[in-house]
Design a protein around this ligand. Structure first.
Ligand code: NAP
Ligand code: G4F
Length: 344
């Protein structure tokens, strides 16, 4: 039986990946950061099945220790300061975690077990100001945020350790993937959570930034399967994982409202654009420039052909099913919150 070490195990992807590897009989070790309050996040429901190690991507000694304890055959490096907007507010921390942290993990592997296979959570944000449509493994990069720039370093150091030291290292260039466990600061979950609150009468309006931004959105549960497959091949390589479909933030919001039976029509332009509930005439979507970014990634759409052909990867959850799952989960969560508040 194999041992896997997952950094970022309590995040969205870490939790789905842990479930997948446990189902395949792996012993799963997961890195947590020390916090003032113990918080297992998205793996609270399976915490008894995971062996936790306290470590930090910015502390190489702790990662060497994690490699020693876990005796990992496979390391999945999912830990990151993953919110693009925050990367302008905390550019140094983002660089230390998302760029230098990758070298820290690679050095720990090289020192303790150079045969260990390594997955790096690279991202479509590296394409940024896109140089081709759709984007694939050969598209030149042009990152647009400190997050994208840091991740680009992580991508190259992963490739470099493969070429320099013969390590089995892979980059998964994953396009946006979402789900019921997504953080509420990301636009999809912000929308589904707020739509649930508006439907249940505890919020009036959803405030968003750039409604025109286009993303290629898939479900995290499908994407962690691609991570696993990358580490099971004869040779290490880099792969784009995407759906090949793109939609605007406006489209996402409209579809999420449809899932709770509300028809929202958009009118106006720029900061004056609004979304109106056609049944009541109420404005339920407004633009708030506070959510604009200093530099925007306007369009992402990936070509997953290589992953489909070489890994045999295929997504199973459609866009529509994903929105449905997110909205119904948030309706249940918000209802529970309301009931709890009423009983206090
Ligand atoms: P997420 O939910 O934000 O999870 C990030 C994880 O990283 C959390 O467990 C967090 O722990 C941990 N972490 C942050 N800083 C750390 C540090 N200094 N040391 C150790 N752990 C640290 O992100 P996700 O959506 O699951 O994404 C997983 C990875 O894929 C990330 O690297 C992200 O950049 C990348 N990615 C994501 C997408 C996407 O659309 N989801 C697309 C492409 C690439 P705490 O709970 O302690 O903060
Ligand atoms: O949901 P987002 O914050 O995700 P973003 O920036 O695409 O990054 C996510 O996907 C990357 C893969 O491409 C990952 F590497 C990264 O870790 C993360 O998981 O924003 C999506 C789009 C942006 O264009 C943003 O400007 O939505 C736009 N947007 C419009 N209004 C908003 C909002 N984003 C957020 N977070 N909040 C808003 O109110």
């Amino acid at each position: 039986m194999k041992n896997a070490l997952i950094t970022g195990i309590n995040g969205q992807d870490g939790s789905y990946l842990a479930e997948l590897l446990l189902s395949k009989g792996y012993t799963v070790y997961g890195i947590l950061r020390r916090k003032s309050v113990v918080d297992y996040g998205n793996v609270a429901h399976i915490k008894d099945k995971i062996k936790f190690i306290y470590a930090d991507m910015t502390d190489v000694v702790s990662l060497i220790n994690a490699m020693r304890i876990s005796q990992a055959d496979e390391v999945y490096n999912l830990a990151a300061q993953s919110f693009v907007a925050t990367s302008w507010e905390q550019p140094i921390a983002t660089t230390e975690i998302d760029a230098v942290g990758v070298t820290n993990m690679l050095e720990a592997i090289r020192l303790i077990n150079p045969k260990c296979r390594f997955y790096q959570a690279s991202t479509s944000e590296m394409f940024g100001k896109v140089q081709a449509i759709p984007q694939d493994e050969n598209t030149p990069f042009y990152p647009r945020s400190p997050y994208g720039v840091s991740k680009l370093y992580g991508y190259w150091i992963t490739k470099n350790y493969r070429e320099s030291f013969g390590l089995y290292t892979c980059n998964g260039i994953l396009f946006n993937h979402e789900g019921e466990r997504r953080g509420k600061e990301f636009v999809t979950r912000k929308i589904t959570d707020t739509v649930a609150r508006i439907k249940l009468g505890c919020q009036d309006c959803l405030e968003l930034g750039n409604l025109n931004a286009k993303r290629d959105w898939g479900h995290s549960k499908d994407y962690v399967r691609a991570m696993y497959l990358m580490l099971q091949q004869d040779e290490p390589d880099d792969y784009v994982v995407a759906t090949g479909e793109t939609r605007t933030v406006r489209d996402f919001a409209k579809i999420a409202f449809e899932k709770v039976g509300m028809n929202v029509e958009f009118s106006g332009e720029g900061v004056d654009e609004i979304g109106t509930d056609t049944a009541t005439g109420k404005v339920v979507v407004k633009v708030n420039p506070d959510f604009f970014r200093p530099a925007e990634v306007e369009l992402l759409i990936g070509n997953p052909k290589k992953a489909e052909e070489k890994l045999g990867w295929k997504r199973e959850i459609s866009f529509d099913q994903m929105v449905e799952r997110m909205v119904s989960t948030d309706l249940a969560l918000v209802s529970r919150e309301i009931k709890l508040a009423g009983s206090l």
